[in-house]
Design a protein around this ligand. Sequence first.
Ligand SMILES: Cc1cc2nc3c(=O)[nH]c(=O)nc-3n(C[C@H](O)[C@H](O)[C@H](O)COP(=O)(O)OP(=O)(O)OC[C@H]3O[C@@H](n4cnc5c(N)ncnc54)[C@H](O)[C@@H]3O)c2cc1C
Ligand SMILES: NC(=O)c1ccc[n+]([C@@H]2O[C@H](COP(=O)([O-])OP(=O)(O)OC[C@H]3O[C@@H](n4cnc5c(N)ncnc54)[C@H](O)[C@@H]3O)[C@@H](O)[C@H]2O)c1
Length: 489
Amino acid sequence: MKSHYDLIAIGAGSAGLGVAIAMKRLGFDVLIVDRTDHRIGGDCLNDGCVPSKALIHVSRLVHSARRVQPFGWKADGKTDLAAVMQYVRERQDVIRTHENATHLRDAEGLDVELGAARFTGRQEIEIAGDDGLIQRVSAKNIVLCTGSKPQTLQAEGIDRVTVYTNENIFTLNELPERLLIVGAGPIGMEMGQAFQRLGSQVTVVGSEDRIMSKELPEVSGLLQKRLTAEGVAFKLGCRVNAFSDANTAEVEHKDGSTEQIPFDVILVAVGRTFHFDDLNLPAAGIDLNDKGQIKLNDYLQTTNGHVFAAGDAAAGSPAGTRYFSHAAELHVSTLINNFITPGKVLDKKLSYDSFSWVTFTDPEVATFGLTEQDLKERKISYERIDYDFGHDDRAIIEGYEYAKLILFTTPDGINPFGTKILGGTMIAPNAGELSQELILAVEQKLTAGAFFNKIYPYPTASRVNKSVWVDHISDNLPGVAKKAVRWLY
Ligand SMILES: Cc1cc2nc3c(=O)[nH]c(=O)nc-3n(C[C@H](O)[C@H](O)[C@H](O)COP(=O)(O)OP(=O)(O)OC[C@H]3O[C@@H](n4cnc5c(N)ncnc54)[C@H](O)[C@@H]3O)c2cc1C
Ligand SMILES: NC(=O)c1ccc[n+]([C@@H]2O[C@H](COP(=O)([O-])OP(=O)(O)OC[C@H]3O[C@@H](n4cnc5c(N)ncnc54)[C@H](O)[C@@H]3O)[C@@H](O)[C@H]2O)c1
């Protein structure tokens, strides 16, 4: 390790790996630090996206197998959770072959130090290795990529309970008969459906009146209906008040009544938080905001001009909070643009205006661009288009006529072919893949005409991205335009 670098990334998750590898490839001297070799890859690889999506994959296989019964096939049996988790670990290990210290050193040319980093000055950190050795190192710029932690549940008697979070749920080896999930956000919904499909009886307790409250109410409602049909039980507008013993939660309903819910395993997924104490941020002049997040400006810069944040650690950005691996990717591209462009004039502010996310339930929920709330807050005129998949041939063939696409668009002018998408949501099987064209349209400001004029192979599922416009344009073609066309005919 050198004593000074162009850039140090603290944390080697999605954000740290992204910024360190890109800066190294651009020719800078870069050091990346994480606590252990196994932590490289961060939450995404170790306790987030990768294990959850591998588990979801297996649960989808089990679910599909059960659905063959009407066609003369029979699938029965019980989930061997140890084998499922073995599959999950094997998939993680494949990714680990390129997300480890040796690979980063040999293939990427990065300097990698393993140990806990803490600030000792405005541009200086010390790294405490496992061997007790403490090393000091400085850099022109430091990027904090230290991620987030699961928020804890405050309830009387919680110390009697073995609490699972995303950090240890993937170590389970026996399928819980009764799984209680606290929190009806994306973790609760993805994990809830997966465990229900694998054979657990899942009950979800959510403090809000609806699940996935960051989504449109009709999308939450439809997803809840689908999950209920699969057997997931919901207690919404409720709180877990106390635990009378290690396997019983007392849930309080809105009307003040209480209910005892027995469980074998409890998964807490009530949002994210931060523990910055170890980093000694005051030594570097890095302030927190009143929510305990790192205080940032529009350029992801902390109150110390040489220190920046990316990934979950950038939750305090004025642009808003987004906890996603691809949000880290957006932060990294914003930072790199600003590191390598001369002067402040070309600096890019972080913007989530074309951002998107996908919740990998079945059906998936894909949300992109500006939300209706953003449009209202910014006083942007818009129109809403609701498209039901009821008449889409592919949806009919595969039985997902319940699916929906909701678009927020620029208001129709005299030329409906010129309408642009500002944002939207799709709830459908594979919505994450189906919505990619729409997301590109938001980002590139493509018009309705681009979809209208495209010929989609029949019966691809993505034909809905055209059908929505065919219906909308035919319904809204101005009378004068119809008259003119008829006159020309
Ligand atoms: C169950 C679950 C499922 C998810 N699914 C998805 C998904 O499908 N798609 C998606 O986009 N996002 C998903 N996410 C979110 C995604 O995992 C996170 O947004 C992303 O991993 C954040 O990356 P990061 O680099 O900011 O932080 P992390 O990946 O948490 O990395 C931070 C790293 O910093 C290290 N570190 C912290 N402090 C120090 C220190 N003092 N010294 C040295 N090292 C330190 C840690 O060891 C860690 O490795 C999911 C999250 C969860 C919990
Ligand atoms: N597919 C994906 O991209 C994906 C999947 C999983 C997680 N994530 C990311 O991880 C982050 C964390 O997920 P999450 O589901 O923990 O958080 P979340 O904040 O999105 O949802 C937590 C839910 O728990 C509720 N809640 C809070 N306290 C509660 C309490 N005491 N009792 C009952 N309910 C309570 C909240 O009202 C909220 O609805 C998300 O913000 C998301 O960005 C992404």
